[in-house]
Each structure stands twice: as C-alpha cells, then as structure tokens.
Ligand binder design. Sequence first.
Ligand code: AKB
Length: 327
Amino acid sequence: MMRATMRILITGAGGQIGSELVTSLRERGYDVHPSDRAPKPDNPALAGVPWHPLDVTDAEAVTRLVGELRPGRIFHLAAVLSARGEQMPQLTYAVNQTGTYNLLEACRLHGVGQLVFTSTIAVFGPGLPDLVADDVPLQPSTMYGVTKVAGELLGQYYARKYGLDFRGVRFPGLISASLPGGGTSDYALFMYVDGVRRGTYDAFCRADTRIPLMYMPDGLRALLELSEAPRARLRRCIYNVAAFSPTAQQIADSVRRVLPDVRIGFVSDPHRQAILDSWPRALDDTCAQEDWGWKATFDLERMTDDLIPRIRGMLARAPDAFSSTVH
Ligand code: AKB
C-alpha cells in the first residue's frame, strides 16, 4: 500500500527485525534510511537502498546523522539481546541504555516527530502470574531487561517533557528465517534451523519451558500498525503484544509434525534456563487490541508450515546463514 513519503531512519537495521522491516516499510512507500554499526548486508532486497554506518553509542554521530536526514520517524532497533548481554553487560549498557538516550536527545534537538522503541518480555522478572498485563512491577534479572525498562521510562519522560511521540511494543521472542542476535529465546528458532540442516538439535532449556513467542510477519505488522495508529487513540506509550506461548516440547512436536525424522533433545543450561524461567509464561495484550486493533495471525502450527520452507530456501542460498550466533 502506498503512503505519503515520510523519511524513516532505522537503527540496528542489520539485525533480525531490521533486515525485514526495511522491505516492509519500502513496500508501504516510505523513504527508508537503514543504519547499523555493521556494513550493509549482502542482501538483494537492499539493492539501491542507502546504508548509513552508525554506532548508537557515539552521541555526536547519532546527532549528526539525525540532523542530516531529518527523519519524520525513527525505528530504534539497535540493541544487544539477553544471552549476549549477560556475556557483555558493559557493552549492553552502552548500546541499549546510552544508545537509547542518544537517540532520544537527537529527536529532541532536531524535532523528530516519532520514535518507535522495541521493548521485550525481558522487562519482566520472576514472581508474576502466568498471564502478565502491561502495568505490573518490572524487576528484570538481565542487563538487557534492565536497559529496556530504562529505555521505556526514558522515552516516556521525553514524551511528557518534550512532546516526543514515543511508542513501542514489548515483543515476545521473535522467530524468523533470519539470523537472530544472541537472544535466550533462540532455542525455538534453532529447533527449526538445526532440524532442517542437521536433523538433530539439543535445546538449552527444559522441555516444559514456556515463554511468549511470535512469528516475524506478525512482529513487523505490530511495529507498522502501532507506528501508524492515530496518537489520539493511544492511551499509553508501551504495549504488550502477544501471539502464542507453547512449551519447548510443543515446539519440538510441531517441528516433527513436518520433519518426522528430526531428533530434538533438551539439555538445560542453568544460566539461560534461569533467564527463561524469569520471563512471563504468556502476555496479556488487551490494551493493544483495544487501542490500535492489534491481533496476531500466526499460531505455532501456521508458523511451522510457513517457516520450514523459508529456512530451507535460506540455507540453500546461504549455507552459513545461521552460524555466527549464541545458541
Ligand atoms: C531475547 O531472547 O533476548 C530476545 C527477547 C525475548 O527479547 N529474543
């Protein structure tokens, strides 16, 4: 669908969400400017798209780029995720916390209208009910979660103090046929990836582990629909969004429904298991449904049917596509 041309800057565009968000936004007629610390990925979908080198921890560089481009909207995706974040808490603080502050300051200085923030189930900590609503105590156990809580609060401060249109979603673990970035929810994707390429996978969690998950096409739609929703309809800045919450065993069963010869075992790693056990079992996204009509369309089985052929295609094109990550 074509829209009036608005210029959009994306930070962390080389990551799992960014690489697909660029295409979705271009299809909707936006003037998209991806940025990342990493060089432009070798992806045909990015042919002819500008690519801006940007390290979000560098305040001057962030302010300069925002001043040059003058985007109407920024999707701020640059982040270190939970598993990698526990290996490098200091870097995680710099990228997630200082990086978000730098982006908010650049929005203030250059009058950017809207900043869209990607938050996460990792803002929650242990001891919550099985179904977790938006407004509960936030007691995260990881540096990733701590910095995402701070990002939510900082953004809301800039909304109140400077009138920035700050909005964001708390994503479940996202699953897609692209390289994840060192998350603890990655066991779910690697059941599919290693199922296809090796026929075997040992998940680093217990079989009864249950966290909220979402298939990427729904995740992209959540970002697009929230960013385009009329501000007057939004009663809050940050929204839980939910899709499905299978146990790890149910994911393994779903993989084996399509690939019956695959073997999936469970060898729980105490550090990552503790993170997974600290997250909610399921998210209540009633506010997102009521305010901007959010509804996920993929459940586990629909995702499995769609994802496996995509992973096969990805591995045929780039056999090393999923090699450089924590899993
Ligand atoms: C992670 O595992 O760190 C992320 C997340 C749940 O935000 N995928």
